[in-house]
Design a protein around this ligand. Structure first.
Ligand code: SF4
Ligand code: SF4
Length: 349
């Protein structure tokens, strides 16, 4: 598989990487088989996160016995202070059974508060730099859902990679974030190439990326056949046919009006609702084990949506004019049905 230079990291990585969220849903044996299948296809970029429960451990087991230099390992910390970053990094190294991480990313820096926290003197960025000097980290990156914040972070020149949602429906990053990243020689990684599982036309979803030869994509892979299908597209004809272009436009116009980009421009919510999480709740069903959605952070987030006071202020801030209040109610209805469907799992836990 073709490799490209990942910006100023100078790492040579396959244009198709592996996203480690969905293997949390697999049995351990299945998860290891999925990662191994990706490696057999020649994929060398594996992305995971401290926050993805057992994903790091499973990747660690799958890469055992392979030369470390042949694999580019990327993980993330959601910590916003020195102690948290140190703790997460130690855990990541232990879980993946490695001596160093190639790309260590600050996870989801999508607002000013997060940006200020990681850049604070003696804070997460300085901690990562210390770890870099100690040889535990090769490069430092950022992931974000907010393109304005992402642009500011790229412009600081502190980071070697940037990862944002990017696909043929959410294509805004192509307008100015990607050119800016090129200018600063920051490696560009597209998360959610299938829009968080909301796009099922794999063919056009991946053909879309063939026009961006310096962008790598990291689809979340749960089953071996999924990566086989994507590889077929990558190795097939690069040109989009007229019919495929029309199909892309059709999906874009249908979804474009009713799809949350998770950019968080609608915040702050008067009731403290994590709107972007609630708005894309249904996509989590395809990515995470159902029992994990019945309790914990996801349950808390969507349950908070019941507090909506219908003030409508969020809608005035949404650049896509989404009917947020209606969509929140739709997601709550979906969650009620989801809980009913998986009530047997709730009883077990
Ligand atoms: S309408 Fe609901 S979700 Fe929007 S800002 Fe008001 S309380 Fe928050
Ligand atoms: S509702 Fe609109 S502003 Fe809020 S996260 Fe979604 S797309 Fe962005």
């Amino acid at each position: 598989m073709d490799k490209i230079r990942l910006g100023r990291t100078n790492l040579m990585v396959t244009r198709l990487g592996f996203g480690g969220i969905p293997i949390q849903r697999d049995t351990e044996e299945e998860a290891i088989a999925v990662v191994k299948r990706c490696l057999e296809h020649g994929i060398n970029y594996l992305d995971t996160a401290n926050g993805y429960t057992n994903s790091e451990e499973r990747i660690g087991k799958a890469i055992q016995g392979r030369p470390r230099k042949d694999i580019v390992l990327a993980t993330k910390t959601q910590a916003r202070d020195r102690e948290g970053v140190e703790k997460h990094l130690k855990l990541s190294l232990k879980h993946m059974q490695v001596d160093y991480i190639d790309v260590y990313q600050f996870h989801n820096i999508s607002d000013k508060k997060g940006m200020d926290a990681i850049l604070a003197p003696g804070g997460p960025l300085d901690t990562a730099r210390d770890a870099q000097k100690a040889g535990l980290i090769r490069h430092i990156g950022i992931t974000s859902h907010n393109w304005d914040v992402a642009k500011q972070l790229v412009a600081t020149d502190h980071f070697s990679t940037i990862m944002v949602p990017f696909n043929f429906v959410t294509r805004e990053p192509a307008d100015d974030l990607l050119p800016l990243a090129r200018k600063h020689d920051v490696g560009f990684i597209a998360m959610k190439p299938l829009n968080g599982g909301a796009l099922d036309n794999i063919n056009i979803a991946f053909k879309f990326f063939l026009q961006f030869p310096d962008v790598i994509t990291i689809p979340g892979i749960e089953k071996p056949h999924e990566i086989d299908e994507i590889i077929k597209v990558i190795n097939g004809p690069a040109e989009l046919t007229r019919a495929e272009r029309e199909e892309m436009e059709r999906i874009r116009s249908t979804m474009g009006n009713r799809f949350c980009r998770r950019c968080d421009y609608c915040q702050p919510c008067n009731a403290g609702i994590p709107i972007s999480v609630v708005m894309s709740s249904f996509t989590f069903e395809r990515r995470l084990p159902p029992e994990s959605l019945l309790t914990g952070w996801f349950h808390d987030a969507i349950t908070k949506a019941k507090d909506c006071i219908e003030c409508g202020e969020c809608e005035t801030r949404c650049p896509y004019h989404l009917p947020i209040r209606d969509m929140i109610q739709e997601q709550l209805q979906w969650y009620r049905e989801f809980c009913k469907k998986y009530s047997h799992l709730a009883k077990q836990s």
